[in-house]
Design a protein around this ligand. Structure first.
Ligand code: GRG
Length: 296
């Protein structure tokens, strides 16, 4: 019998392999400025959990997608995620000094460079998707570009970030918080979960969209819990930020215990959706559980 690989080790190994290939999408020869190249590489090399690429890759495996196609699509979503963190950390937004355990991009370089790094990462994401090696069928490539732009634009992450910026010190209710988080965080998770169906040209889109709804919400509740209970050493970012800023979160509205209960319920619903995939979904089920058991 094969020894059981601990899920954290599995995720770590995935991220090391993923990062090795991701860096190859950033060749030095494309850069006229060493400063921009070094800053882009710094952000990408600092790493992260790579959860969105992991989900995209695991779902793609279940659906029988070619590895190179799923890698390039996973790279695109991670590039968007990295850009959003760089911009979010800027003084004009969250003004953070620490990200993934290292100085934020604008601290290491400067604000203007960090803005350009975000722009460069974002445009690279769409460049990668548009290239033929991502999928031989141009309709599939176009659909991926369309879905990722919707998830990251005004109907997704950017829209959610704006709601978040104007929400400080406002008393949002649970439905308003749900909408804000769905846009800001949930939509990129949604893209990560439906991309496999687009690549495989399979009709499993809606099933994985539903899975992503449960998963994204559970992820955000856990993120809020880590802000309250976690420590900087593990999370690699400043904690207790929400309460200091008077931000309403799932924890402030539901209380810790109810929020934990809710996240367990959501994960259980997400796992139920995977049941019809049988053994093929074993790893994805473990990853689904990790979303709320993680300490970073
Ligand atoms: C600037 C357009 C724009 C959007 C920013 C992503 C985001 C929107 C803000 C980051 C602030 C934040 C804490 C968001 C909530 C959840 C979140 C995205 C956490 C970070 O994601 P992880 O835990 O991070 O997957 P790693 O570092 O592991 O990749």
């Amino acid at each position: 019998m094969k020894p059981k690989v601990n899920i954290e080790n599995y995720i770590k190994k995935f991220s090391v392999d993923f990062d090795r290939k991701l860096i190859k999408l950033i060749p030095k020869k494309n850069y006229f400025s060493n400063r921009l190249y070094n800053a882009v590489l710094y952000v990408v090399k600092v790493g992260g959990k790579r959860l969105r690429p992991l989900l995209l890759t695991e779902i793609s495996k279940i659906l029988g997608v070619n590895k190179s196609n799923s890698f390039r699509t996973a790279a695109a979503v991670e590039l968007i995620h990295c850009y959003s963190l760089v911009h979010d950390d800027l003084p004009a937004m969250d003004n953070d000094d620490l990200r993934r355990g290292y100085p934020t991009c604008h601290k290491k370089f400067d604000d203007a460079t960090a803005i350009l790094v975000g722009d460069a990462l974002q445009t690279l994401a769409f460049q990668v998707l548009s290239e033929k090696t991502t999928h031989h069928d141009s309709e599939v490539r176009c659909k991926l570009i369309n879905e990722l732009s919707k998830s990251s634009g005004v109907n997704g992450m950017v829209g959610g970030q704006m709601l978040d910026l104007v929400a400080e010190d406002k008393k949002l209710n649970l439905n308003q918080i749900k909408l804000l988080q769905k846009l800001k965080t949930g939509e990129l998770f949604s893209f990560s979960c439906i991309a496999g169906s687009v690549l495989a040209k399979k009709k499993s889109h809606e099933v994985f969209k539903k899975y992503a709804t449960y998963l994204g919400l559970a992820f955000q509740i856990k993120d809020d819990l880590l802000d309250v209970e976690g420590d900087e050493k593990h999370t690699g970012k400043k904690t207790r930020k929400d309460s200091v800023r008077g931000k309403e979160t799932f924890i402030s509205l539901l209380g810790k215990e109810k929020a934990k209960q809710k996240s367990t319920e959501l994960i259980s619903n997400a796992k139920k959706i995977l049941q019809p995939f049988g053994k093929k979904a074993t790893k994805l089920i473990e990853i689904t559980e990790y979303i709320i058991s993680r300490n970073k």
